[in-house]
Design a protein around this ligand. Structure first.
Ligand SMILES: [Zn+2]
Length: 294
């Protein structure tokens, strides 16, 4: 394992396999020094996560990953803080959480219409805590036993190209708005796994136009005072990694890293610590967080 600090990890508060306690236990077992649990679109348990991490002897940074949309493509913005202003994050994410749940209803309707399942939105919702967004993985987990496949397999029905796929609606904020939200709440805003975003743009618009859109995206984010880029991610290919590192240096952006671990069932290909930061870069990130805190 190359990194001691893994700053992109997910629990079952969003679309990970495990509750936060088990996530912490596994992080410690893996030999990590510090982590951030960056669940998608939730402000829940920022403090509880931090306290639990301390109990496990792990350094902790509060984190969140916000789902946004630009060029009809999903772009993820990470927020990191010492102590987020929860009221601001909560108000800022309301539309996204509602949008997600509306999308979940539409997906379930499509599944039912295709006679793939008879589960209802309520069946899925009851397995998820209140104030949490229903993710594709939540639906996949609910229908998997009926289909006699793994949740990961079931999720293919809900992914791009699947019969029950529903894209983000008008409710999705732009990544620029997400940057402002994170910063207003006292955090630093980081572009998550640029390699994944680049891949999506290439797939949608082709090599040349996809590249152009990726550059436009970076420019727009930098104009809107993006604080950092997630460089050390297993989702970044060498070309994107090098290019983004150059951009980070040119604009004095902070560099972050994380594995995007979701558990061995949801994403068996991603292991904790396969992305992340060394002690030296982690200290730099802490300094940036301190300097940007309000
Ligand atoms: Zn992401």
């Amino acid at each position: 394992m190359k990194y001691q600090y893994d700053l992109q990890i997910h629990s079952d508060l969003s679309d990970g396999d495990w509750p936060i306690e088990r996530v912490m236990f596994l992080a410690k077992k893996r030999g990590l020094e510090g982590i951030s649990i960056t669940d998608h679109n939730t402000w829940l348990w920022f403090k509880k996560k931090k306290k639990l991490a301390q109990n496990f002897g792990l350094q902790y940074i509060q984190g969140v990953e916000i789902s946004t949309k630009l060029f009809q493509t999903e772009v993820h913005i990470l927020g990191y803080a010492k102590n987020f202003n929860i009221h601001i994050i909560k108000a800022g994410l309301k539309k996204t959480i509602n949008g997600y749940n509306q999308r979940a209803r539409q997906m379930i309707k499509k599944l039912r219409e295709a006679k793939i399942t008879n589960i209802s939105y309520r069946d899925v919702k009851k397995n998820k805590g209140t104030n949490l967004a229903i993710t594709k993985y939540d639906i996949a987990r609910a229908i998997a036993p009926q289909l006699n496949v793994s949740p990961r397999q079931a999720q293919k029905l809900l992914n791009t190209g699947g019969v029950a796929y529903v894209p983000y609606g008008k409710w999705a904020m732009t990544p620029m708005v997400a940057i402002h939200l994170v910063q207003r709440a006292g955090g630093v805003a980081v572009l998550a796994h640029p390699g994944e975003t680049h891949d999506k743009l290439i797939k949608k618009f082709g090599d040349k136009e996809g590249d152009k859109k990726f550059n436009t995206l970076l420019n727009k984010l930098i104009e809107n005072r993006l604080n950092g880029i997630e460089i050390y991610s297993p989702k970044n290919n060498t070309v994107v990694k090098k290019f983004c590192l150059k951009i980070a240096r040119r604009y004095s952006l902070v560099v972050t890293g994380g594995s995007d671990w979701h558990g061995e069932k949801h994403h068996p290909e991603l292991k904790m610590g396969d992305g992340g930061l060394t002690v030296r870069l982690f200290q730099k990130l802490l300094t940036a967080i301190k300097e940007n805190a309000r």
